[in-house]
Design a protein around this ligand. Structure first.
Ligand SMILES: CC(C)(COP(=O)(O)OP(=O)(O)OC[C@H]1O[C@@H](n2cnc3c(N)ncnc32)[C@H](O)[C@@H]1OP(=O)(O)O)[C@@H](O)C(=O)NCCC(=O)NCCS
Length: 166
């Protein structure tokens, strides 16, 4: 199984590589993108983020994607399907972040649905989580549109989980 790329009707996503450092830096320096993601990051934090996410791909064969338009003429944002240690419990999370000029077109929902499909149908995980700031109403709405359910609060964060399949 090769999960290095995925497509949705409007998007093309590719596996993170070391060549994406500039793109990750651009996202990490965008205060609007990073508002609910802990704020803008330093160069050192960006380098560490890249290193960890490259290592995740090496180890597990899935991870963080850079997401482009289907025509590949612009980067829209990023997506993740990634292992997460949540208070000592191993989980797999899905996530997404888009540059502001791409908001409001249903693209995050398109990405989230695809990440859920990768996590469940292709990787076979029974249960997936998403973590977002409680105040991030747009992100919470995306998760609810994808059929995930609010599970619990964790400080200023909220945890959503896929519904149990019957
Ligand atoms: C959150 C984010 C991913 C949403 O992306 P998007 O492509 O605009 O999302 P979609 O268009 O798929 O869906 C957003 C939904 O939330 C709704 N929405 C937008 N702002 C909202 C708000 N302030 N309150 C409630 N709902 C809101 C939209 O109307 C839409 O719902 P609808 O389809 O029923 O009309 C995007 O704003 C983003 O990348 N933000 C920065 C990074 C981030 O916060 N990532 C999430 C981290 S967990």
């Amino acid at each position: 199984m090769n999960l290095d790329t995925f497509r949705t009707p409007r998007l093309f996503a590719e596996r993170l590589t070391a060549a994406h450092l500039d793109e990750i830096r651009r996202m990490h320096l965008d205060a609007t993108v990073m508002h609910y993601l802990g704020g803008v990051r330093t160069e050192e934090q960006t380098q560490e983020y890249l290193r960890k996410n490259l290592e995740h791909w090496e180890r597990y064969g899935f991870g963080l994607y850079i997401v482009h338009t289907a025509a590949r003429d612009a980067v829209v944002g990023r997506a993740v399907v990634r292992h997460l240690d949540l208070d000592g419990t191993p989980e797999v999370e899905i996530g997404y972040a888009l540059y502001p000029e791409w908001w409001g077109q249903g693209l995050a929902t398109e990405i989230a649905n695809k990440c859920l499909d990768i996590g469940r149908s292709q990787l076979g995980f029974e249960s997936l989580v998403a973590v977002t700031q409680a105040e991030n109403r747009a992100s919470r709405h995306v998760l609810e549109k994808c059929g995930m359910e609010y599970e619990r609060d964790r400080n200023e964060w909220v945890i959503y989980r896929t519904k149990r399949r019957t």
